[in-house]
Design a protein around this ligand. Structure first.
Ligand SMILES: Cc1cc2nc3c(=O)[nH]c(=O)nc-3n(C[C@H](O)[C@H](O)[C@H](O)COP(=O)(O)OP(=O)(O)OC[C@H]3O[C@@H](n4cnc5c(N)ncnc54)[C@H](O)[C@@H]3O)c2cc1C
Length: 425
């Protein structure tokens, strides 16, 4: 149905029957955080995920987690379980080659912590466990999206749900039709739902790729996070529990590809050159992965009956570790908007309601996307005027406390509008 014909008021359509009020496609951390935020909302939620829960949870990825994301998880009541298996930064150390760096301490913000580093497997299973215990949330997983049909008052989705084994009582694979008031796409950067809905994006792929891997250093990491800027790209070290560290090494594509192809000994030798000697001998822990780096912002986050959250709506350069944190914030924001609308008797799939979420999040996300882009361009550059500007910037961060506090507040999620769930402390 053409967009213009879809309903634009926020009045509910009372006579219709729905299977679910909200259907979320994609049960990564953004999608599951939204579903968790809708517990006790009185809204019936379906969560569709293509991968079995254990497979989705086993992804080998590490994230820097901001103070705000920690507060959102705290508001959901799952923070203690996550916090037990992640590391809190005692310090963040930022440096440029050949100049004095900047050290950020929790006391700069008047807080006990500056942020955290955690593995995907320390976060997603906690959210999954929480949701398995939410009576208003139904998992359809593993399940494949077959089609989506937008109508003025509802969306009809066809889903192919996988069978559950070959025992006698096993259910065979089946196609289900679901009628929902609102569809939420949390299906990642290459969102099929966004593309099929004709929502365009703008942005670019960087000239760099990222290599990530984990190492075990000989000396204690002391919970210090490092971001070192090299002309080839930023190089980050995130401290993990068990005195392990996650490396995020950004380099031009060809160099990154070559790093991926080195054998372990050669790779370790290159790593030591970047890393320095401060942590002694390094041992590799597990595989190396390579990621394309891109910046993307969707032209719209919403249209009638559809909202995009997380990487389906935007993604950014990994410098500063912001991408997932923006998705967690989207999830908390839209959960709040939808619950408020539901309480007020409004139609949660209507454009006026969804635009409250877009108005809240799109500009805030753009600010962070821009900030990470400037950081990468400013530091991955040896042109003298740019070098002068960035040295001035580092000097400002070192010497002018309000500048330092502003940068820290931006990167820890403490600037911008705080979702109510993060204030429930
Ligand atoms: C090298 C690198 C380092 C990074 N470091 C950080 C960091 O330190 N901190 C940070 O905050 N962010 C970081 N990010 C960004 C972060 O990884 C992403 O922002 C985050 O994973 C996005 O989460 P999401 O839930 O939106 O999407 P995803 O994690 O992509 O989840 C999407 C889910 O949808 C499912 N799905 C997809 N299509 C369908 C379908 N048709 N039907 C059903 N299910 C579907 C997928 O199986 C998946 O489970 C980094 C990224 C990279 C590349």
């Amino acid at each position: 149905m053409p967009l213009e014909q879809l309903i634009r008021t926020s009045e509910p359509a009372p006579e219709l029957n729905f299977d679910y009020d909200i259907t979320i496609v994609g049960a990564g951390i953004a999608g599951t955080t939204l579903a968790a935020g809708l517990k006790n909302s009185g809204l019936k939620v379906a969560l569709i995920e293509a991968q079995p829960q254990t497979v989705a949870a086993s992804r080998q990825q590490v994230y820097a987690i901001t103070l705000l994301s920690g507060k959102i998880f705290q508001g959901l009541g799952i923070w203690d379980k996550i916090r037990a298996n992640i590391t809190a930064f005692s310090q963040i150390n930022l440096s440029d080659t050949g100049t004095e760096g900047v050290v950020f301490n929790p006391s700069d913000l008047g807080k006990d912590e500056l942020g955290y580093a955690g593995e995907h497997c320390a976060i997603l299973p906690v959210l999954q466990e929480f949701l398995n215990d939410c009576p208003n949330v139904t998992w359809l997983c593993p399940a494949e999206l077959v089609s989506v049909d937008y109508q003025s008052d509802f969306v009809e989705i066809e889903v192919k749900v996988a069978g559950d084994g070959d025992s006698e009582n096993a259910q065979p694979a089946s196609n289900q039709r679901i009628r929902t008031r609102l569809l939420v796409a949390a299906d990642g950067t290459r969102s099929r739902i966004r593309n099929d809905a004709g929502i365009r994006t703008h942005g670019w792929k960087y000239w760099q790729s990222c290599i990530t891997t984990r190492v075990k250093p000989e000396k204690p990491h002391n919970n210090i996070a490092y971001e070192r800027f090299w002309p080839s790209g930023p190089f980050a070290i995130l401290p993990l529990p068990g005195n392990r560290c996650n490396i995020v090494w950004t380099a031009p594509h060809e160099e990154a590809k070559a790093l991926l192809e080195l054998d372990d000994e050669q790779f370790l030798a290159e790593l030591r050159r970047k890393y320095g000697d401060q942590m002694g001998h390094l041992e590799l822990e597990g595989k190396r992965f390579m990621f394309q780096v891109q910046l993307m912002q969707s032209n719209r986050y919403v249209q009638p009956r559809l909202a995009l959250i997380g990487d389906a709506a935007h993604c950014c350069h990994p410098v500063g570790g912001q991408g997932l944190n923006l998705g967690i914030r989207d999830a908390a924001a839209i959960a709040q908007v939808l619950q408020d609308a539901h309480k007020n008797g409004e139609d949660i799939g209507s454009l006026p309601v969804l635009q409250r979420y877009e108005g809240w999040r799109k500009t805030e996300n753009l600010a962070i996307l821009g900030f990470t882009d400037i950081l990468d361009r400013l530091f991955s550059n040896n042109w003298l005027p740019v070098v002068v500007v960035r040295r001035l910037g580092l000097w400002g961060l070192r010497k002018i406390q309000p500048v330092k506090v502003f940068a820290l507040r931006l990167m820890t999620g403490l600037l911008g509008r705080t979702p109510q769930i993060a204030q429930r402390l």
